[in-house]
Ligand binder design. Structure first.
Ligand code: G4P
Length: 527
């Protein structure tokens, strides 16, 4: 029991979010280096030396240089067992990011110091805020000309509506970047030049150390003294409770590429970030330290590795300990089973696990029974974790197979990709699967869908964009579809579970439908 408690207390599970190019991959790589999970920089990513990121394993990601799917990386550092959830960098995949965040206990937000909050930072932040997860900010690329640090903090506070607390403070930027002042430890970590590729030497000095005055140009020394005074005078106390409630973001400045400030950030972050947090189920809150195993599925991915041709369900363990040979219950199907090939997945590397603890993410072979949001628990228990909402699709296309002989593959491909939650599928009322309407949150998902149908299922498809942008499920029981009074550009469809929906071209048509059909109940989410 003591072991269980210690193991769980030492787990840290977090997601990394950023606008593309802010430095998320570079930071992740440094984390892995410190943890000894990789031996050499560039193993995670080196666009120039043509090695692709360990976490960017899908072909399309390699082609486009964007991260489409999330992956999980685990490593140990200073006695902590750390699970990093990498999130897709592109806004079209924010639904995937949302699901990934459901599995995380906190998030690290990486910001480019020359740019501040960018479009994608804003969107991803909103997704974090929906769950109230603690957010830690790393302002990266201080070795390049950066915006004024006060301005950057203001930008975060105003744009994102969250308080900030600068844990360290930069001394200059670009060619004049001299290091950071650590406000918590009251010391200066001096940055001693770099060739932009290798680790820099850092020297720790107290703020009143006379060496410091000699080390810094006069104007920078004076600015630092003034800044330190100003910051301490501002009197904003560091409030860990506000951090854990997602109301205050601790901010760190550094430069991931030159390896400056990343390890100090990791150390402080690990102290401040919470161990596995309790999750809510229909019977109440489940304590992570409860020795009984429980988990929920947050992601399903087919054909992760072409050689394996399998489907993996990723689950976040919420309580207790998982052992490979134990029986567990899949609550939605009421089946008691052994999870097949439980593994930790690091891109193409897979490690079969014998045990895992609350906070850990494991992947298991899915014979086609799991859906996103499903709960697993001990055979004698019965509860379900809170569901994961689906985002309302905003883009629709009619999809047909080019070769009608490939019907079986077409149906299989489209159904499996829909089960993963990458697309949503709809049909004309009372028609078969000859033609399917596909809905997505971001249009890039169409490209991924087409690519996967062709490469993984060997089916060529044709897509015709449809002019709808809003979707509403009909909640009115026993609705008579024929009697509905709708604008001519509104379309009636049904989802795979047979529920009726309306696709609208604009908000105006939604209002029309509600005004002209008494008692009509519409909802944006499927229940
Ligand atoms: P992402 O995952 O958030 O998309 O960003 P990534 O780490 O891939 O970094 C984007 C680019 O920014 C990379 O350059 C990377 O080397 C650079 N970068 C990351 N951190 C820093 C930093 O602290 N300082 C500076 N100056 N640059 C940084 P690239 O040219 O796109 O790739 P590469 O050719 O260097 O691999």
């Amino acid at each position: 029991m003591a072991d269980l408690k210690k193991e769980i207390e030492n787990r840290r599970t977090f997601a990394i979010i950023s606008h593309p190019d802010a430095g998320k991959t570079t930071i992740t790589e440094k984390f892995l280096l410190y943890g000894g999970a990789i031996q050499e920089a560039g193993m995670v990513k080196g666009k120039k030396n043509s090695r692709h990121a360990v976490s960017d394993w899908m072909e399309i990601e390699k082609q486009r240089g964007i991260s489409v799917t999330s992956s999980v990386l685990q490593f140990r550092y200073e006695g902590k067992c750390i699970n990093i959830l990498d999130t897709p960098g592109h806004q079209d995949f924010s639904e995937d990011t949302y699901r990934t965040l459901m599995a995380a206990d906190s998030a690290v937000m990486v910001i480019d110091a020359s740019k501040g909050v960018e479009a994608q930072t804003r969107k991803l932040f909103k997704v974090c805020a929906m769950r109230g997860v603690p957010i830690f900010t790393f302002i990266n690329k201080m070795d390049r000309e950066a915006r004024d640090p006060y301005e950057l903090l203001e930008d975060i506070e105003n744009e994102l509506g969250i308080g900030t607390y600068a844990v360290n403070w930069p001394i200059g930027s670009g060619k004049r970047f001299k290091g950071v002042y650590d406000r918590m430890d009251d010391e200066v970590i001096a940055f001693e030049g770099a060739d932009f590729r290798h680790e820099v030497k850092a020297q720790r000095l107290s703020i009143d150390d006379p060496i410091l005055e000699g080390l810094l140009p006069e104007d920078q020394y004076q600015t630092l003294i003034d800044d330190v005074e100003l910051l301490s005078g501002a009197g904003d106390e560091f409030d860990l409770k506000a951090v854990h409630e997602g109301k205050l973001s601790p901010v760190f400045f550094g430069s991931a590429l030159t390896n400056f400030g990343v390890e100090p950030f990791l150390k402080k972050f690990l102290q401040m970030t919470p161990p596995p947090t309790a999750r809510t189920a229909d019977i109440g809150v489940i304590d992570p330290f409860d020795p009984h195993f429980s988990a929920f599925v947050f992601k399903i991915q087919a054909n992760m590795n072409k050689a394996h041709r399998d489907r993996i369900a990723f689950m976040r363990i919420c309580s207790g300990k998982f052992e490979a040979d134990m029986d567990v219950k899949h609550v939605q199907s009421q089946r008691v089973m052994r999870l097949s090939q439980p593994q930790q997945i690091m891109a193409n590397d897979r490690k079969i696990l014998s045990e895992a603890y609350a906070g850990d993410i494991i992947g298991v072979f899915d014979p086609g029974i799991f859906s996103i949001g499903d709960t697993l628990c001990m055979p004698k228990e019965q509860f379900t974790y809170e569901g994961i909402p689906t985002f309302a699709p905003e883009h629709f296309a009619r999809v047909r197979q080019v070769d009608t002989m490939k019907r079986k593959q077409f149906v299989k491909g489209i159904t499996q990709i829909a089960q993963e939650g990458a697309i949503q599928i709809f049909q004309e009322i009372a028609s078969g699967m000859e033609e399917v309407i596909v809905g997505v949150v971001g249009t890039l998902q169409f490209d991924v869908f087409k690519y996967r149908m062709e490469n993984e299922y060997n089916v060529e498809i044709r897509m015709e964009n449809l002019p709808y942008s809003h979707i509403r499920w009909i909640d009115t029981p026993d609705v008579d579809l024929k009697k509905l009074n709708l604008t001519s550009d509104t379309k009636k469809v049904q989802d795979i579970r047979g529920r009726y929906l309306l696709l609208f071209a604009n908000e105006w048509s939604i209002r029309w439908a509600l005004e002209h059909n008494e008692g009509l109940e519409l909802s944006e989410f499927s229940r």
